[in-house]
Design a protein. Structure first.
Length: 490
């Protein structure tokens, strides 16, 4: 079945409150997708953001981002008064998320709602039981982080940092109210998200969600389960994740995430990973796994190095993990993010898994007509074609940055004469391809300039801020996208 999708994170939705919410604008976007004949809404990880505001560096692999909780829905439930959130300063730039301002204000508003919330509510109690494997530790982790001025867990008192039983029991009692607040926020998030997803599904729209392969060092998972990772007795990483130097990054990319102890995971039947995948499958309809090649082999950098220039490749679990997961969970709808250095071994793993990989058209015009990202070279339809991902420039910005040789080739391939016609031709190229799913960023349907870029890899700040303007989801644009879908049978 040929389908089309639009990539836009929840944070980018229009809103009066500084960041996208799971409220009316999200439902209006779902209506817009339906009118445009678009059957896939792709988003980034829904996890709480930590340092750098990246959804790929989160305090938890299971928790949802409290920033997305819709205030108006809480008002409808009698938990908030309009003046308690409408009179707050949410920033003056409707095109950018001011994360510092959101962090400063959102929790005080949600705390007011929490004070009115009945924690004996049966639905809430049922939610806590359902999420009991991760919710208590996450909520305590966040309460302790708040009590320690936001400092990472490794800077707490040693008994707490080492997750010693007596210290944890004392903390649960001392910070019970603070931890409950974080649990209630998860209940609100999940309730609102599940309602939105159900609304989308009823309209024939499926959600593609993203999970990072790695876990942030400052996370509830590393704090609670150090045995899952390559840590020493003091819970310091022995090696960390990243990518070796290449043409784009002469010193490589130092991500800094702790690496998995794959031998331990294998001994436990990949139990933790299977639960993580199960959690993601309940959150999304399809899961895109970031850096999928890391399951075949991964780059290990000695902890403490300032660049990724020194490191080594080590073997991962390959298909063994996914075979065990499929046996436990049944068939999983997964997209493999197979970008970067792809070896024959990685290709073999992807073939054996059977999951669709990714083709990115912005990568297709630098190496001539033999490039595998060009549609005429697609081996089969079992792939997802993107005009660009959240890590790419907008199509307008990309077109402006093209060198003379690539520009000449792109014009010939796309059969356009003017540079300004390239972005629209790129979308048509994706839609006309044999790929089972074609996806473009919302920015590219809106013709956004380079300032609308979502993320520039290997840059520490200024990312994840893009927001769509109110009134952008017009009937005219939906009609244009619908025509594109009808022409190319998507």
């Amino acid at each position: 079945m040929r389908r089309s999708g639009i990539l836009m994170h929840i944070s980018s939705l229009p809103s009066d409150y500084g960041i996208g919410k799971l409220g009316k604008e999200a439902y209006e976007f779902a209506d817009f997708l339906e009118k445009g004949g678009v059957s896939v809404w792709q988003i980034l990880p829904l996890s709480p953001t930590s340092y750098g505001d990246s959804p790929y560096q989160s305090f938890s692999v299971h928790a949802g981002n409290p920033y997305f909780i819709d205030f108006e829905k809480l008002e409808e439930q009698g938990l908030l008064l309009p003046e308690e959130y409408k009179n707050v300063n949410w920033g003056s730039d409707s095109r950018r998320v001011d994360y510092a301002l959101i962090y400063e204000n959102v929790f005080s508003v949600l705390r007011k709602a929490y004070e009115r919330f009945d924690t004996s509510d049966e639905d809430y109690i049922s939610f806590c039981k359902e999420k009991s494997e991760w919710l208590p530790a996450y909520s305590l982790f966040m309460a302790l982080k708040e009590a320690h001025g936001g400092r990472p867990w490794q800077e707490w008192e040693k008994p707490l940092a080492m997750f010693e039983e007596e210290a944890i029991l004392e903390a649960r009692e001392k910070y019970s109210d603070e931890a409950e607040f974080y649990s209630v926020m998860q209940y609100w998030f999940y309730s609102q998200w599940n309602d939105l997803r159900k609304y989308c599904n009823e309209k024939g729209i499926s959600i593609v969600g993203d999970i990072p392969i790695y876990v942030a060092y400052d996370s509830a998972e590393v704090w609670q389960y150090p045995e899952l990772f390559c840590l020493d007795k003091e819970k310091l990483p022995t090696d960390v994740a990243g990518c070796p130097p290449d043409f784009f990054s002469p010193t490589g990319q130092l991500w800094g995430n702790p690496l998995y102890d794959w031998e331990y995971h294998k001994k436990t039947g990949y139990n933790w990973w299977i639960k993580r995948l199960e959690s993601a499958m309940k959150l999304y309809d399809t899961v895109r796994i970031d850096h999928f090649r890391g399951f075949e082999s991964y780059y290990a950098i000695p902890y403490g190095n300032e660049t990724a220039e020194i490191g080594e490749w080590r073997k991962g679990p390959n298909t063994d993990l996914f075979e065990k997961a499929e046996k436990a969970l049944g068939n999983m709808s997964i997209i493999a993010e197979d970008l970067g250095l792809i070896t024959d071994e990685v290709r073999e793993m992807l073939k054996n898994c059977g999951y669709p990989g990714m083709k990115v058209l912005q990568f297709a015009f630098d190496s001539g007509s033999s490039c595998g990202d060009l549609p005429h070279n697609f081996a089969n339809s079992n792939c997802i074609v993107y005009t660009g991902t959240h890590d790419n420039m907008t199509l307008t910005g990309w077109t402006e940055s093209l060198g003379a040789r690539s520009m000449t080739f792109a014009k010939k391939y796309l059969r356009v004469k003017d540079r300004k016609d390239i972005p629209e031709a790129m979308v048509r190229l994706a839609w006309s391809s044999t790929a089972e799913l074609a996806v473009a960023q919302m920015q590219d349907f809106l013709g956004e300039d380079p300032n609308a870029r979502m993320n520039t890899p290997a840059t520490p700040s200024g990312n994840w801020q893009y927001r769509v303007q109110k009134g952008a989801f017009t009937a005219k644009l939906a009609k244009k996208i619908l025509a594109l879908n009808e022409i190319y049978y998507r």
